[in-house]
Design a protein around this ligand. Structure first.
Ligand SMILES: Nc1nc2c(ncn2[C@@H]2O[C@H](COP(=O)(O)OP(=O)(O)OP(=O)(O)O)[C@@H](O)[C@H]2O)c(=O)[nH]1
Ligand SMILES: [Mg+2]
Length: 587
């Protein structure tokens, strides 16, 4: 099934067109039929010549009902822009087009209706020029008459060509069903309807209600007027819900796959186009079927922070629009850049934030999020719309690699400092280290431990290194100071000699866990194995020696024995063609 919304000025023939195409009545209310005007959204569907089904969300054209219009088009990927031949381009044609543009709708048709009343040429030419400047771009145009039926076969064929171009929905994605209607059916209870843009629904599914997180169960499903066990996106669906009363769920609510979304009332967004410098302090944010008052705080030239009157389940990259309800005016489209932005407390924080936002484009970027957040929970990032493709460092914690490396260095320092401060204690308590490094979870401290640091009875010691003869311990300290930030570069043989690290000294340091020996005179700091696996796991698998060498930023002198050691430890596997793949952590 495909779903397409109508758009266009009041009385330009949208509902007449939907009626002519489907034989169904989109104006559901008696009042609408009495007044000959659409007030709320209408729904109808038909079969196209290709055999595919198309559902229409018919929107009202009157300016008083723009928020209803926006609730209808919000979740829909394509639109037909309707212009009357006898009236041409009108104010609501423009506002509806601005809304489609703001939401980034890029699939559509231009339909000039009432072609029996006037030459469609001029209206068509003008509308085509208006559309060309928007996200819709240059679209196919058809002239029709809802009264005589002229042009309808051509329109059906054009609709077939339109839907054939629509991208496939992500059917394995989590469900976020924006509710556009809710009602009660005697004997069944609450029913909500919406456009299922991604994912799939099945009878028995458990979902959660966006605003409260309350669990609800799918008791029944309808699509195209028939009961279904399962409905895949893209679809118009009616969902019969168990566990919620009708007055708790109305337009603008959302049904979500449990645990897959994050509610936010604070977000940073980019304004599309040429943002007005003097945006009002309060606007309405329209996204999905929701319209929520938002306080606007300008940050950069085209970025603002929005504080919403109620939280919404938003993702990075969501498109939305800001509208000034007082002035009947679409203030502009927005792209969500961050749904969990940092507070702006210190002086200069807003300017610094603007500089960060200037680099963002709404495309989820795991490496960037980790760089900005240092540490983050995998689940939390997924709920923001960032796919997680790297392994956690501990539990479900992900770390920016550079930050993680620095934490490791600081941990070693803190352990040494604690030992100096408390010479009689057997090491630094994990909890103390957690606090000193300002880590949110003790598991992170434990995950940071690398030989010679070790955990004994809740305390971290570096006992083995302390037990080394003083000159060797000092030499190892020098290696750590010089190579700590280049974990895969081994000191050259002459440098080892300068440091007094001959074969015997190296042997003692390796036994104490203070150095890692790859080959004669090729040593790295302990922890290099884990770090290497983490780097290699990020390469496309399998990878070549040269790819590994480049990713590790090292030489063949190190890369060859390092990979061989990883093979022996079962962390990598050597394939027949000499490529390798990562299979797990080093044993
Ligand atoms: N002659 C003629 N009249 C038409 C045609 N299409 C619509 N009309 C008439 O134009 C009037 C408005 O049509 P609607 O279909 O209600 O217009 P609409 O765009 O749905 O209006 P709103 O929903 O209120 O925005 C009605 O009286 C229709 O009968 C057409 O192709 N030819
Ligand atoms: Mg109508």
């Amino acid at each position: 099934m495909w779903v397409v919304a109508t758009a266009g000025h009041v009385d330009h023939g949208k509902s007449t067109l939907v009626r002519a195409l489907t034989g169904m009545e989109p104006d559901r209310w008696a009042e609408e039929r009495r007044r000959g005007m659409t007030i709320d959204l209408g729904f109808a569907w038909t079969t196209l010549p290709s055999g595919g089904t198309i559902a229409f969300v018919d929107v009202p054209g009157h300016e008083r009902f723009v928020s209803n219009m926006l609730a209808g088009v919000g979740p829909v990927p394509a639109a037909i822009v309707v212009v009357a031949a006898d009236e041409g381009w009108m104010p609501q044609s423009a506002e509806h087009l601005a809304a489609l543009d703001a939401l980034g709708v890029s699939y559509g048709l231009l339909v000039v209706t009432r072609a029996d009343l006037a030459d469609p040429g001029p209206a068509l030419a003008q509308a085509r020029a208006e559309l060309a400047a928007t996200s819709l771009g240059s679209v196919e145009a058809v002239a029709v008459s809802g009264a005589t039926g002229a042009g309808l076969p051509e329109l059906r064929a054009a609709l077939d060509r339109l839907v054939a171009r629509l991208p496939d929905p992500a059917r394995d994605a989590p469900v976020r069903l924006w509710v556009d209607r809710s009602f009660t059916i005697r004997g069944s209870g609450t029913v909500v309807t919406g456009t299922l843009g991604d994912g799939r629904l099945a009878v028995g599914d458990q979902l959660e209600l966006a605003d409260t997180g309350a669990p609800v169960r799918v008791r029944g499903l309808h699509a195209l007027g028939a009961a279904r066990e399962r409905v895949d996106a893209l679809a118009r669906v009616a969902v019969n819900l168990r566990g919620v009363s009708r007055d708790r769920i109305g337009r603008g609510a959302a049904l979500l796959s449990p645990g897959r979304f994050r509610l936010t009332d604070l977000l940073d967004v980019r304004l599309a186009g040429d943002p007005a410098a003097d945006l009002p302090a309060t606007l309405t944010l329209h996204v999905g079927s929701a319209g929520v008052p938002a306080r606007v705080r300008p940050l950069g030239p085209d970025t603002v922070r929005l504080r919403l009157a109620r939280p919404l389940p938003l993702l990075i990259g969501d498109r939305a629009l800001l509208r000034d309800p007082g002035r009947h005016h679409v203030a502009g489209g927005v792209t969500v850049l961050d749904v969990a932005p940092p507070p702006l407390r210190r002086r200069g924080a807003a300017a610094a934030r603007a500089a960060v936002l200037a680099e963002l484009d709404g495309r989820p970027d795991l490496a960037g999020e980790l760089r900005r957040r240092s540490l983050a929970r995998a689940g939390e990032l997924t709920r923001m719309g960032v796919p997680v493709t790297v392994a956690p460092v501990a539990g479900d914690w992900l770390a920016d690699p550079e930050h993680w490396r620095l934490l490791g260095v600081r941990l070693t320092e803190e352990v040494a400092r604690y030992a100096r401060e408390h010479p009689l204690e057997a090491g630094a308590p994990v909890e103390v280290l957690r606090r000193r490094l300002a880590l949110p979870d003790r598991a992170l401290v434990e995950a940071l431990l690398r030989p010679p640091l070790r955990l004994r009875a809740g305390r971290v010691t570096a006992a083995a290194v302390d037990a080394l003869p003083a000159p060797v311990a000092r030499a190892v300290d020098r290696v750590r100071a010089e190579y700590g930030d280049r974990p895969f570069q081994a000191p050259e043989t002459h440098r080892l000699a300068d440091l007094g690290l001959g074969p015997r000294e190296i042997g003692a340091a390796v036994r104490a866990g203070a150095l890692l020996k790859l080959a004669d005179n090729v040593v790295l700091l302990p922890g290099a194995l884990d770090d290497a696996v983490r780097v290699l796991a990020r390469l496309p698998q399998p990878f070549t020696l040269s790819a590994a060498r480049q990713a590790l930023d090292t030489t063949r002198r190190v890369a060859v024995p390092l990979l061989e050691l990883l093979d022996r430890r079962g962390a990598t596997r050597r394939l027949p063609d000499d490529a390798r793949e990562v299979v797990g952590p080093p044993g």
